[in-house]
Design a binder for this molecule. Structure first.
Ligand code: ADP
Ligand code: ZN
Ligand code: ZN
Length: 759
């Protein structure tokens, strides 16, 4: 098409960024548009509106030429040069304006135009200066003479001069008013007289709060050695994995590296698993780097995001270090020198829904290549994939095996909660061992963290008579009991209903709960330790904008003695006073039906343990389990990453899982049960034919553990492509099948999701 108008004076995306987005679309099997949509803050996207204009060729043909409503529109257009659809609708007092517009277009009275505009609104601040007429001393002194009676106005003029002389910066109208202690009316009258002149400057919405920066810390010998090794390995490798135990001081090592990169004038991307959960780290980096740190925050407004975006695009100093969760890899960097991927093992780096289903850690490696930037991954518990890459020499490896300042690794104790192995009965979900340890910690004024990976009170409510348990009407899953609201709630679709007093199936009032969540633990604590102040941290209690920060700071201020929570607790928190960590039930971590369940259990136990004993006293961790001899628990309790890795990598090899194969998961979704079955059967047959004899394995279709969500049935197909086979070629073959599939009318309404490197 011909170019109608040029909207942006310069491109809002960079060339490298586009190249990177294209890679994401092709690698993760989605459209480029889906990547655009995920990447670009919607305020940078253009919106359009239809504008109604008079047709210049129109010649007056007499009153009777128009219907009543048409003439109303015609008349309005005589007064206004253009109308919006909504205005037309108001004029004729009708919702549907299309018939009228159509008639007017046919009669060549009006024409339509698409007006395109940006929704981003820059924030403008009012500044003030002397009108140039008063630049000379003479003009000024005669002005002051004429103002001799208007004392306050005179005061303002003098103040403006002194302020300008001192600050050498533009003066805001607001500042001038406060400084000269006058009402805004006084300043306004000077503006009206033309003595002062107002102008506007664009300012950032997100502003650095201006606290003093401090020098970064001097590294100890283990950190310095690590830093030297990292720099050494970067000579040969683009990616280095820093494997340092919890509290070994990894962050300070990143900081030193960042300092060197920004000195060269390059940008740094610091990726975190979840930005909302890392207030402590943001503060720490701002202390060192001040306003050079920009945060790309999910809680930011659209306009705020555009500002960060533009600062990065312009390579502005304000965005030299960008901190963000996974979507920050999509930002318009032009000059990246370093990417830090903190907590590289975290699964939240992989986007689950919607497309692009990318893994930010893996994508960061590609982004680094495009910019010839180095990538430093750091964690206390490396993912099997990343560690494998160090073993086959693709990535460098640097280790720190000691906690900072000689703090000992926590003592992890596995406690068997099988009734027959205990001297004392369990009190609720607490073993005597855990109760004792909590009592000891509280006695000494220390804090306790308890981990349970379920929220709510109990995941299942069961009838003792008939075994029935209330299910979600929209999903194939039991409703979770939430005590606080006395409700049963679905954790998949949010459906809620009042707690049942009797069984829906048989009417019996003998109902009991099975399983337990954070809420129940908090309740039991209130009975066991009535004096202790208990806090709960899960997605139910941290929904509000600052509720997470509030919980954290009251824990920091020691207003909470025992903090009970889910996974959120494991995310890089650093509290001095925590001496005890309890894992309420390790078994439901281990029994998760997933090839990564064991790796994840190890990571979780190690990470949550890492919150204990960060000061001189050795921390204590108590893990409650029915299987204290389970290999993974043994390995976690002995901090034996090597043994865990060796076991897991062998299993992955034996049972054909990543990194030895590439895994693509196809999810079929439809409200009609038989349609999902037919469609996935058709697809699997095609896959099997195409990949016959290639070494690629096709599994399924199978229903997942929760086969129906929001009234849609889900069915999965897993494709396992051997690592040595060409992935692009395999994807092309799959996309060819997809094309034939889409052409079948009966399957048109079936949704297929492609998830490459599915978790
Ligand atoms: P990690 O990221 O490995 O868990 P951190 O970087 O958070 O460890 O360090 C743990 C604690 O030790 C932090 O409170 C940090 O301030 C402190 N620390 C680390 N390195 C130093 C250092 N070189 N000098 C002083 N304090 C340090
Ligand atoms: Zn019943
Ligand atoms: Zn549901």
């Amino acid at each position: 098409k011909e170019i109608d108008q040029i909207l942006d004076r310069s491109a809002v995306v960079s060339a490298r960024q586009l190249e990177f987005w294209e890679w994401i679309a092709s690698y993760y099997m989605c459209s480029l548009g889906e990547v655009f949509k995920a990447a670009i803050p919607s305020a940078l996207l253009l919106e359009s509106e239809t504008i109604i204009l008079p047709n210049k060729n129109f010649q007056w043909q007499g009153e009777e030429f128009f219907s009543d409503q048409e003439s109303l529109v015609y008349e309005a257009l005589q007064h206004q040069s253009s109308l919006k659809i909504q205005e037309v609708s108001d004029i004729i007092d009708r919702k549907n304006v299309l018939p009228i517009l159509k008639a007017l277009i046919e009669k060549q009275v009006i024409q339509l135009k698409e007006e395109v505009y940006e929704t981003y609104k820059p924030k403008l601040v009012k500044y003030v200066k002397m009108h140039q007429d008063y630049n000379s001393d003479q003009a000024l002194s005669s002005l002051l003479d004429t103002l001799s009676r208007a004392k306050k106005q005179r005061e303002v003029v003098l103040k403006l001069f002194s302020m300008e002389a001192v600050t050498q910066k533009p003066i805001q109208v607001k500042e001038l008013e406060t400084e000269s202690k006058v009402s805004s009316a006084v300043v306004k009258s000077l503006i009206d007289k033309g003595v002062l002149e107002v102008y506007h400057l664009q300012t950032d919405r997100v502003q650095y709060d201006g606290q003093e920066t401090v020098e970064s810390k001097t590294l100890n010998e283990y950190q310095s050695t690590a830093l030297t090794q990292i720099k050494g390995q970067f000579q040969e490798k683009d990616v280095v994995l820093l494997h340092g135990v919890t509290s070994s001081g990894k962050t300070e090592v990143y900081v030193k590296l960042i300092e060197q990169v920004i000195q060269k004038g390059q940008q740094v991307l610091y990726l975190l698993p979840e930005i909302a959960l890392t207030t402590q780290l943001i503060k720490r980096l701002q202390q060192y780097f001040g306003e050079k740190v920009s945060v790309y925050h999910s809680k930011y407004s659209n306009n705020e995001r555009v500002e960060v975006w533009n600062n990065i695009l312009k390579s502005d100093d304000k965005a030299q270090i960008v901190l963000g969760a996974r979507s920050a890899v999509l930002l318009p960097f032009s000059n990246l020198g370093l990417i830090v991927v903190d907590e590289e093992h975290e699964q939240s780096f992989k986007q689950f829904d919607p497309a692009p289903r990318y893994h930010a850690r893996d994508a960061a490696v590609v982004l680094g290549k495009l910019h010839q930037a180095k990538v430093l991954m750091g964690t206390a518990t490396p993912s099997i994939e990343s560690y494998f890459n160090t073993q086959n020499k693709k990535y460098g490896l640097v280790e720190i095996n000691r906690r900072f300042a000689g703090v000992l690794m926590p003592d992890i104790e596995l406690t068997d909660i099988k009734e027959k192995h205990r001297k004392k009965r369990m009190k609720g979900h607490f073993s005597d061992r855990l109760i004792e340890a909590i009592a000891d910690a509280l006695e000494l004024g220390e804090q306790v963290i308890l981990f349970q990976n379920r929220r709510g009170y109990a995941p299942i409510l069961e009838c003792q008579e008939c075994g029935n348990s209330p299910q979600c009407p929209n999903c194939d899953v039991s409703l979770t009991y939430h005590h606080y609201r006395d409700q049963l709630r679905c954790h998949y679709c949010g459906h809620a209903m009042a707690m049942q007093q009797s069984c829906i199936a048989c009417g019996s009032s003998e109902l009991s709960t099975k399983g337990f969540g954070t809420e129940q633990i908090a309740h039991e604590l209130a009975d066991l330790f009535p004096e202790a102040k208990v806090g709960r941290m899960d997605s139910d209690t941290t929904r509000g904008k600052y509720s997470y920060e509030k919980l954290l700071s009251s824990f920091e201020r020691l207003e909470i003695d025992i903090l009970v929570g889910t996974q959120m607790l494991t995310k890089g928190l650093d509290f001095r006073k925590v001496s005890l960590v309890g894992v309420m039930n390790a078994d439901n971590l281990l029994n998760f039906p997933d090839f990564r369940a064991h790796e994840r259990s190890f990571q979780l136990i190690q990470q949550v343990s890492g919150r204990a004993g960060r000061t001189q006293k050795r921390g204590k961790v108590i893990v409650q389990t029915y299987n204290p001899y389970h290999q993974i628990l043994q390995q976690a309790s002995m901090n034996d990453f090597q043994a865990m890795y060796t076991d897991q990598i062998n299993e992955r090899y034996q049972f054909k899982y990543p990194p030895f194969i590439r895994l693509i998961k196809l999810v079929f979704r439809h409200r009609d049960f038989s349609k999902v079955n037919e469609a996935s059967d058709w697809y699997v047959q095609s896959l099997k034919t195409v990949f016959k004899g290639s070494g690629t394995e096709i599994l399924g279709p199978v229903f997942p553990a929760v086969a129906r969500i929001r009234n849609e049935y889900h069915k999965h197909i897993i494709i396992k492509i051997p690592a040595h086979q060409s992935l692009p070629k395999s994807k092309r073959a799959i996309l060819k099948i997809d094309k034939s599939f889409q052409a079948i009318p009966a399957y048109r309404s079936v949704r297929i999701v492609y998830n490459v490197d599915a978790q």
